[in-house]
Structures are given as C-alpha cells and as structure tokens.
Design a protein around this ligand. Structure first.
Ligand code: CA
Length: 345
C-alpha cells in the first residue's frame, strides 16, 4: 500500500499488474502473479477465455499459439483467422491445455520457422516450467496470499471477446460472473474490477447479468481503436469491426457512465503520440470521464527501453506525466514494482 503520509491524491492511485509482473516472468503464469503480489500491486489482472469444455482459463488471446507450444503438440488443430493459422483455446479441452508448456510471448518466422521473443530483455523462451491456469486457481492464489499476508489485494478480470464466445455458443460473461460470485465478490466494496472491450456486453453485464445474479461489481469499459479489430460484429454474414469512433465524440463519457464505473483507454488516447518533451498534447478524455464520476485506468506502461514514448525521457517521467499531469486514477503496467516505488517517492 502507499505511504499514508503521502497526499490524499497519491493514496488513491492504483497500480494494476498487467497480466501479472509480466515484465519479469511469462504473462499470466502463476509465478508472475505471485511476483506482482509481492511487489505491492493494488490489483492483479486476469484475462479470461473459455475452453471447449467450458472452463475459464487465464489467457490474453483467444488463441494459444503466442505463448505455448500448442503448434508442435497439436500441429493440425488450427483455424484460419484473417489469413493466419491460429490454435484457439475454444477448440481444446482444459486437460489438453494443461499439458502445454507456457512461455514468454513469441512470434514464428514463417520462412525459417525460428521463434523470436517479442521482448528481448525479458524472461527467456521455454525456460523453467509454466502452465496455463484456470480463473479459479488464480483467484485462490490471490485470496490465499490475502489470507497469509493479511493484505487485501484485488483482482481485475477481463472478459475477452464475448462476441466470439457467443458465436461459439458460450456465454463467457455469465460464467465469469458466477465464478466471481462463488468466490465472494458481490458488491462494489469488494476488491474486483470487471473489464471488457465490448460496449454492448459491458452494458449487458450491468443491466442484465449482474442484477440476475444479485451482484453489483465495479465495471470498466475498455476502449480500443476501431482498426485493431478487437470487437467484431456479424453484419450480413460478414465480420466487421465494431466502431469505437463515438467514444471520442462529445458526450461519450456520459453514455458510458450509465453502465460503467471506469474507463480503460489506450494511453495514446490521453497523451497523443505526436507529443514532444515539454509539449504534451493531452486529450479531454480524463477530464470528461472525471466530470461524470468515472475513474480512468489507461494501459499499458512498459519500462522496456523501446516502449517508452519519445515525449518522456524515463519510465518515472512517463508515470509522473500520467499520474500528476494527466491525472489518471490507476495504470496497467508490466512492471508493478517500478510504479509502486514511484508512488511511494
Ligand atoms: Ca487485459
């Protein structure tokens, strides 16, 4: 926790461990979550997707091939996805997924078949032993640590691609909320945020699913660029990207505040990428969100040298800009230790 002698504002700033302490250990491994916990993060993030046999697993992508050896274990069990071969979690049982080795994010060179790590300074590929966890296993880790340390660290659960799960006949939001309820997350006082990129689904969670289950949790509307194809719709039999353009228009934050408690924007939506040192271009999004009572938790803050925007000369300065010039309420970071230390200064 932050030092109680800090200013009131400082005390409210949240450090959200993005996929765990993913700057140091493979994202979403149990080890990365335990490390984030020990580093003093306020919340630890879980991305959730569903298996063929309806288990909820903690995985960033709907597919397994970016961080596991699924391609070599099950070479034929891929789907074509926008011209690429992808091994989707929804086509595998939990038992099959549990048998895979998990590692740092990598990509495969299509000509040489060689693996390249996405972050050269991070944990080496396929060393030690990591495996995909279920949502329940991860909640039990964090609740177990809360018990053994006497702290009360939160979970920050993202429901991934609900439109895709629905197309496959699965209601991932309902299943996730049921697990949260079973583990005692019932009201907004409980230390959980539920986040989703799909605005229709976030609204459905608030208006329909949570009332049906008798729970009322803090909801976060994540914001994507339309061009990322993060949220899709079937229109006239074709997949088309959901348009996020209205999020950047006047009055958008008031609409989101009808169903959400916070927004999770990309950090470049708050400080534009053409900003220069000493000449920051700050959008009105934080001011507009605060005006309607919503918190702002942007993603993703990475201390890897090549990931610090040119308008900041260090990771600390980047944090300083966002926490104290832009005025965000929390940040998603792969390096929770650095953000915790910054806030304690
Ligand atoms: Ca996420």
């Amino acid at each position: 926790m932050n030092n109680p002698s800090d200013s009131g504002i400082t005390n409210n700033k949240l450090v959200i461990a993005h996929r765990g302490a993913s700057g140091y250990l493979p994202e979403h491994s149990i080890a990365a979550k335990a490390m984030a916990y020990a580093m003093g993060a306020d919340y630890i993030e879980q991305d959730v997707v569903m298996t063929k046999d309806n288990h909820l697993i903690v995985l960033h992508d709907p597919y397994l091939d970016r961080i596991t050896n699924v391609m070599s274990v099950y070479p034929d069990r891929y789907r074509e996805n926008f011209g690429e071969k992808r091994w989707f979690a929804i086509d595998f049982s939990l038992q099959e997924i549990k048998g895979l080795s998990m590692t740092e994010a990598f990509s495969v060179n299509s000509k040489t078949n060689k693996l390249t790590t996405n972050y050269p300074s991070r944990f080496p590929l396929f060393k030690s032993s990591f495996h995909v966890s279920t949502l329940e296993e991860e909640i039990e880790l964090i609740q177990g640590l809360n018990h053994s340390t006497g702290k009360n660290i939160g979970i920050y659960v993202e429901i991934k691609t609900p439109w895709f799960h629905q197309y496959e006949g699965k209601d991932i939001s309902k299943a996730t909320l049921k697990v949260l309820k079973d583990y005692g997350y019932i009201t907004k006082e409980h230390k959980v945020f539920v986040q989703c990129f799909d605005p229709d689904e976030t609204r459905r969670i608030n208006d329909q699913l949570m009332p049906e289950l008798g729970i009322d949790l803090n909801l976060v509307q994540l914001i994507a660029q339309t061009s990322w194809n993060e949220t899709m719709r079937f229109t006239n039999g074709k997949l088309v990207p959901y348009s996020y353009d209205w999020f950047f228009e006047a009055g958008a934050m008031a609409k989101i505040a009808e169903y959400a408690d916070a927004i999770g924007p990309w950090k470049s939506m708050l400080v534009t990428e053409d900003s220069e040192p000493g000449n920051l271009k700050i959008s009105s999004m934080v001011k507009d969100a605060h005006a309607v009572g919503m918190q702002v938790h942007p993603y993703t803050f990475r201390a890897d040298e090549e990931r610090i925007p040119k308008y900041a000369n260090s990771f600390d300065q980047l944090l300083d800009i966002f926490f104290y010039t832009v005025g965000v309420d929390g940040i998603f970071t792969d390096f929770p230790d650095k953000a915790v230390q910054f806030l304690q200064k």
